[in-house]
Design a protein around this ligand. Sequence first.
Ligand SMILES: NC(=O)c1ccc[n+]([C@@H]2O[C@H](COP(=O)([O-])OP(=O)(O)OC[C@H]3O[C@@H](n4cnc5c(N)ncnc54)[C@H](OP(=O)(O)O)[C@@H]3O)[C@@H](O)[C@H]2O)c1
Length: 284
Amino acid sequence: MDDRTFVIIGSNGQLGRALQQKYPNAVGVDSDKLDITNAEAVNNFDWSNVKVIFNAAAYTNVDGAESDGGKTTAWDVNRNGVKNLAEIATAHDITLVHISTEYVFDGTKSPHNEDEPISPLSEYGKSKAAGDEQAGRVPKHYIIRTSWVIGDGKNFVRTMLAVGKKGISPVVVADQIGRLTFTSELVRAIDHLLSREVPYGTYNVSNGGELASWADITRAIFKDAGFDDLKVTDTTTGEYFADKPQAAKRPLESTLALDKIEATGFKPRDWQEDLRKYVEKELA
Ligand SMILES: NC(=O)c1ccc[n+]([C@@H]2O[C@H](COP(=O)([O-])OP(=O)(O)OC[C@H]3O[C@@H](n4cnc5c(N)ncnc54)[C@H](OP(=O)(O)O)[C@@H]3O)[C@@H](O)[C@H]2O)c1
């Protein structure tokens, strides 16, 4: 695969950065260079010789999307922006790699498989589901459904490392269950699908390993970081968000079934192994 024929949209986000690292010759654009909500700008972009578009761009502020302004932006980026890219991909016979989320589900089933009917609880989830529908219309598409993404950017592990460094013993939600997805693993799975020419469609991707709650993950972070004198106390989603009425509703079950991608020969790495390496690098 010649990465000079790749375009990474949202190249400054967590996944965008990891994709650019893997494909150094790909053309990377962030919102300042190409705003995907601007149909004219998307149409005027030079798509000649492009073989793959990676859409790593999204409005990812889950709680922000519940406000009036945030909702408009979420729909504009997560649905209309994807529509603009999907039309270009179709017109130019380009493969579109698009990223989805378990927030398209209400989290009552576990694990989520690729053909579970959508049932979003939040505006973010609804806008992402509408984007998936657009991406799914492209003849050559991969929709990668992922959860709890950790890379170079704002994320849960960095937040908890900052909490621990301040010597704070946090109270953390213990009834949302899932597995982390490191961007290195997400990129490895995407590269696997593309390089092996696995049939187009929707694929779940997360790290493998034991299911865990955010509180369990925090304990693992603190263990890896050596914050041995700090204690993590469990709470429920209901209690945690009781005084945050503007917060989006979250699915309690975030676990993604990995059988489909495993059947293509991909072996997901254990999240605890990747967490150890991540924490070590963050503290170096
Ligand atoms: N983070 C998670 O836990 C999680 C979980 C499940 C699925 N996902 C999905 O995984 C994908 C990657 O997430 P991430 O964590 O890497 O996101 P991220 O770090 O928030 O990055 C998103 C990127 O999109 C760009 N962007 C926003 N609006 C844009 C626009 N109108 N035109 C072009 N670019 C725009 C942002 O640029 P600016 O900063 O300039 O606005 C930013 O660089 C997203 O599709 C997300 O929905 C994420």
